[in-house]
Design a protein around this ligand. Structure first.
Ligand code: BYC
Ligand code: FE
Ligand code: FE
Length: 473
């Protein structure tokens, strides 16, 4: 068990003046041991005593915030950082447009704000839980280290939301922080709030897909919260975004390396990469279909009263609100497609109610660019195959399309046709078993598993055969 011999504000790097806030310090001191128990029980399995070459956030100064060193994960200093304040910041959208940004919780919007912070906070530990068994199957030390970097930063993101709940919400905020450690990914009684965070992540291809598509939902949700009129939420999410970049890199480059390996084998004359112990492009496509579709669900319903209320209240904006001319969004409409008597029918939803769809569409545009970069790898080898992003109506569990069967091209299917063709679209049990069977850990310095190409981007300028993770002497 990890106690707190040192005073907490020495242990927690922060720029929120923790040492002068006794009430907050006491609240965090009570919560911290529960967090450590959770980390030891639900965090990365089998590597808590290893030294890992990790980056720690120690300040928010541009360029200078990242500090690299070997640390044991339980000793990681989960800090509390807010991006620097912007002078005279005002609410950037909604009914309070132009008012001074709030430094305290606006009373009338308290419950909505709390729910947003809880939902955001819930995803962070959930992802750590989902990924807890991957260490034992890592394809290289480099990848192992990246997994743990992502895990400790998701832990820090939880701290960021817990800071807000403790600091600004009193008793029910405190209770919410306990519940964040009680719910658990995939649990039958107390699951995580959002569906994608209850999906199992058992193999590294799934992890790379998750970091590409699900962490990217994180990026877009955080960007919309960075627009918030509640300044502490804006500033904390802005800083979280600086860490998110690496998570997205881990995902995209990970998948790119799996794609590259498949192409190398195909280009070498083998027509079935599986015979060479490598994932085939068709299977990679099915993993894309799965993780993209569960991540697309994370934006909520196409037409949503919640989304309209969040926007009106000035709590949650759009991605890069500054790119829009009209920050009231009272008049405009947005196109949404619904299934009707004659197939898909386009209708125009009031703009404020369509905010989930607006954000989802900006996310989709970025996902399309990622696929384009993966396809460039395939094109390099002259292989006539392209990965595609499925239609956004494919395999949905939330919103307009939730009870419909839709193929990746966006065509409605009968239930019978869906059942007959499901394994063409989504990873089958056989696919998962094949991928799982490739997951043999490689821990030798500089070595990489056969199913994935070597990494190309060193961490902090260290060579690729650097000892990124080492066992305690
Ligand atoms: N699963 O009006 P609706 C990240 C619920 S990821 C289950 O459609 P709303 C990360 C919804 O809660 C970013 N339930 O939705 C990534 C509502 O329930 P209540 C996380 C869902 O509220 C990787 C009901 O359905 N941050 O950081 O407009 C690793 C009707 O809701 C789902 C956020 O999400 C679902 N997929 O929008 C680590 C930001 N979708 O209230 C971390 C905060 C909807 O009726 N969250 N429901 O009981 C929000 O802004 C919104 O809650 C949502 C949903 C965008 C998620
Ligand atoms: Fe996060
Ligand atoms: Fe992340």
């Amino acid at each position: 068990m990890y106690g707190c011999a040192m005073s907490l504000y020495d242990k927690i790097p922060n720029n929120v003046n923790l040492s002068s806030d006794r009430r907050l310090t006491r609240a965090l001191e009570r919560w911290q041991p529960n967090y450590m128990n959770w980390w030891m029980e639900m965090g990365p399995e089998g590597y808590q005593a290893h030294d890992v070459y990790l980056r720690t956030a120690i300040s928010v100064e541009a360029g200078g915030w990242a500090h690299y060193d070997y640390v044991k994960m339980p000793d990681y200093r989960w800090g509390i950082f807010l991006a620097p304040p912007e002078q005279d910041r005002t609410v950037g959208f909604g009914d309070h447009y132009g008012d001074p940004a709030w430094q305290e919780v606006p009373g009338e919007h308290r419950n909505m704000l709390r729910n947003i912070i809880i939902t955001q906070g819930d995803t962070e530990p959930a992802s750590v839980e989902q990924q807890r068994r991957l260490g034992k199957l890592a394809p290289s030390q480099y990848d192992l280290r990246n997994l743990f970097q992502v895990n400790v930063e998701e832990g820090r993101h939880l701290w960021a939301m817990v800071y807000l709940l403790h600091s600004f919400f009193g008793r029910d905020g405190r209770e919410a922080t306990e519940e964040l450690l009680e719910r658990s990914s995939g649990d039958a009684d107390k699951p995580r709030i959002l569906d994608a965070f209850n999906e199992p992540i058992e193999d590294w291809l799934s992890f790379f897909m998750f970091a590409t598509f699900t962490d990217r939902d994180g990026k877009y949700q955080l960007r919309s919260l960075a627009e918030s009129g509640f300044d502490p939420l804006s500033r904390t999410t802005l800083f979280m975004l600086t860490e998110e970049g690496h998570h997205l890199f881990v995902g995209e480059s990970g998948v790119a390396r799996v794609v590259r390996r498949a192409c190398e084998v195909l280009a070498g004359g083998e027509d079935d990469p599986r015979r060479a112990g490598v994932v085939d492009l068709e299977t990679i496509q099915r993993y894309v279909n799965l993780w993209y579709s569960v991540s697309v669900d994370l934006f909520g319903s196409e037409v949503s009263t919640n989304a309209s209320n969040y926007f009106s209240a000035g709590l949650k904006g759009r991605n890069n609100e500054a790119q829009y001319d009209d920050h009231m969004a009272l008049d405009g409409t947005y196109e949404v497609v619904q299934d009707g008597a004659n197939g898909w029918e386009t209708r125009h939803a009031p703009m404020r109610n369509a905010m989930n769809e607006v954000l989802r569409d900006s996310y989709i545009a970025e996902c399309r660019r990622v696929l384009g970069r993966w396809n460039r790898v395939i094109a390099e080898f002259g292989i006539p195959y392209q990965l595609t992003l499925p239609d956004k109506r494919f395999h949905r569990k939330i919103g307009f399309y939730r009870n419909l069967h839709v193929d990746p091209g966006g065509r409605r299917l009968s239930e019978q046709a869906w059942l007959a063709r499901r394994d063409e679209f989504l990873p089958s049990d056989a696919d998962k078993a094949f991928v799982m069977n490739l997951m043999r850990p490689v821990f030798d310095v500089g070595k990489v598993a056969n199913w994935i190409a070597p990494p190309t981007h060193p961490i902090n300028g260290m060579p690729l055969d650097w000892e990124y993770v080492r066992k305690e002497d």
